[in-house]
Design a protein around this ligand. Structure first.
Ligand SMILES: NC(=O)c1ccc[n+]([C@@H]2O[C@H](COP(=O)([O-])OP(=O)(O)OC[C@H]3O[C@@H](n4cnc5c(N)ncnc54)[C@H](O)[C@@H]3O)[C@@H](O)[C@H]2O)c1
Length: 258
């Protein structure tokens, strides 16, 4: 339980879902965790409580990742409180779903500013801090939607593709500073992101996901995704950079057509 002993980590979008599971797993492995989110329902604070309940060290800082000043403040808070930054998880994300003929400019601007611009700011300012201490690990939450067409996801999937692209470039540029940059591609994971985006779960949609997920014919749990983040944050992955790694129960292994 000390794979991240003494490492300092920031997890954005950690007030719920995958981010919360990652932050809790990091705390369990001995990391000092700066939990961040933009939500105002106490989700971020609840994540801190969950980490502390297991004897871990954590701090909550509210931030909107689409605002560069917020991300600068976030990184500064980690360094001020814990002395350094070793791991940055750019995980905050939003989704808007609809036909390409119906999605609006406002949808485009929102999803792009949180998912793509937020990840850019996170990479940029985490890397600046990590350069001062000899390296670190940046982990970006992409999606398997980045590799495939996704009905209704013309904007969302594109931001997840942009995250993969930024991961490659940043991995290449930052390697000389000892900074590794990788992307995680979750499949269909049971979180509140669909509800938050206004999508109503239908029996059709649930059945499609169950049929299309070879392992277990079900959605994954955030706790099943988190161990990959622990690996990428730890020194065990010290020679791994510029990679995209899916946790999707096998969805992407099959074309589902032939
Ligand atoms: N759930 C899935 O099936 C799935 C699949 C692939 C990728 N993902 C990605 O995983 C990540 C986490 O999503 P989740 O499924 O856990 O959903 P979630 O809604 O539980 O978590 C997303 C979190 O991001 C926060 N957030 C939204 N806008 C923000 C902003 N501007 N600044 C800071 N925080 C903000 C939300 O408040 C929320 O707590 C997202 O990037 C999402 O795109 C999810």
């Amino acid at each position: 339980m000390d794979r991240l002993r003494d490492k300092v980590a920031i997890v954005t979008g950690a007030g719920s879902g995958i981010g919360r599971a990652v932050a809790v797993a990091f705390g369990r492995e001995g990391a000092k965790v700066l939990v961040s989110d933009s939500r105002t329902d106490g989700g971020g604070e609840a994540t801190v409580t969950a980490i502390q309940a297991e004897g871990g060290e954590a701090l909550y800082v509210a931030a909107d990742v689409s605002k560069e000043d917020d991300v600068i403040r976030l990184v500064r808070a980690a360094v001020d409180r814990f002395g350094r930054l070793d791991v940055m998880v750019n995980n905050a994300g939003v989704m808007r779903v609809g036909p390409v003929t119906e999605l609006t400019e406002a949808d485009f601007d929102l999803v792009t500013s949180v998912n793509q611009k937020g990840t850019f700011f996170g990479i940029k300012h985490a890397a600046r801090a990590m350069m001062k201490t000899g390296g670190g690990s940046i982990i970006n939450t992409s999606s398997i939607a980045a590799d495939h067409g996704q009905h209704g996801g013309v904007v969302y999937a594109a931001t997840k593709g942009a995250i993969l692209s930024m991961t490659l470039t940043a991995a290449s540029e930052l390697a000389e500073y000892g900074i590794r940059v990788n992307a995680v591609q979750p499949g269909a994971i049971s979180t509140g992101i669909l509800a938050a985006s206004g999508v109503r779960e239908t029996p059709d949609r649930a059945a499609r996901i169950e049929q299309g997920t070879p392992l277990g014919h079900r959605r994954g749990l955030p706790e099943e995704v988190a161990p990959l983040y622990v690996y990428l944050a730890s020194d065990e992955s010290g020679f791994v950079t510029g990679q995209k790694l899916a946790v999707d129960g096998g969805i992407s292994a099959d074309s589902h057509v032939i």
